[in-house]
Design a protein. Structure first.
Lengths: 84, 159
């Protein structure tokens, strides 16, 4: 339980990971390896969760969509001005 | 609260866009006075044929108003009256339309003129016909079996 508390970032992901590892023999070996890693982790104690995500792809997607919407809006506005 | 700098960037962009759109809407409505085509002007739908100006549909020259002509249309299943009309090039026209029976559409294809005609209400749109040509008027609100046949025509002619 200690392990779960310390590494808790996305509880739902953790839960599915737990289910998959414990119920499918193919993943069991990998699960044991992960458990070992987590145990090492608990020994070093106090895990800090740091945000190293770059979000570059997300930024690019958001602004691509944003500029698409703005350009469509401007085009339709000029179409409106051009017509009587 | 920690927030990634990229998140700040797209939130600023999104909120900025929202403010721009609300400002455009506000200025358009409250400063420029834009309103929907049907704006609280009513008529008895059973007495359309005897109520001015709908007792004489068509184009009429008017004096002392902000527009030069008034173009009156009456819609009913499944036709527009008049079926065809000539408008002088460059004329500022106030289009006034209503319906005698069910909801009809009044769209002049290829222009900004697009109104819904509701029984009991008068729809109006003022514009300057500054492009010569032939324009199709069609009903774009399904009104019954003859809906697709319901058309009229405006010809903008240089004299």
């Amino acid at each position: 339980m200690n392990r779960v508390k310390q590494c808790r970032i996305f509880p739902i992901v953790e839960y599915y990971e737990f289910v998959i590892i414990n119920h499918f023999p193919l993943f069991r070996k990998e699960g044991l390896k992960q458990m070992a890693l987590h145990q090492i982790d608990t020994k070093t104690s106090k895990t800090k969760v740091e945000d190293n995500s770059t979000l570059k792809g997300t930024l690019a997607s958001v602004f691509l969509l944003g500029f698409f919407l703005v350009s469509v809006w401007v085009s339709v506005y000029f179409l409106f001005l051009d017509r009587f | 609260m920690h927030m990634h700098k990229f998140e700040k960037a797209w939130l600023t962009f999104g909120i900025g866009a929202l403010l721009v759109f609300l400002t455009v809407l506000g200025v358009s409505a409250f400063y420029m006075g834009n309103q929907p085509p049907s704006c609280l002007v009513t008529i008895d739908p059973e007495k359309v044929d005897t109520t001015k100006p709908f007792n004489e549909p068509g184009l009429k020259k008017v004096e002392g108003k902000d527009w030069d002509y008034e173009l009156v249309f009456v819609a009913s299943a499944f036709s527009f009256n008049p079926a065809s009309v000539e408008v002088p090039y460059g004329a500022k026209v106030k289009i006034m339309a209503t319906t005698k029976d069910v909801v009809h559409g009044f769209q002049v294809a290829g222009t900004n003129i697009n109104m819904m005609l509701e029984p009991g209400f008068i729809s109006e749109y003022t514009t300057t016909f500054d492009k010569a040509g032939e324009y199709l008027i069609l009903c774009n609100e399904y009104c019954g079996v003859g809906h697709h046949m319901m058309t009229s025509k405006i010809e903008v002619v240089k004299k």
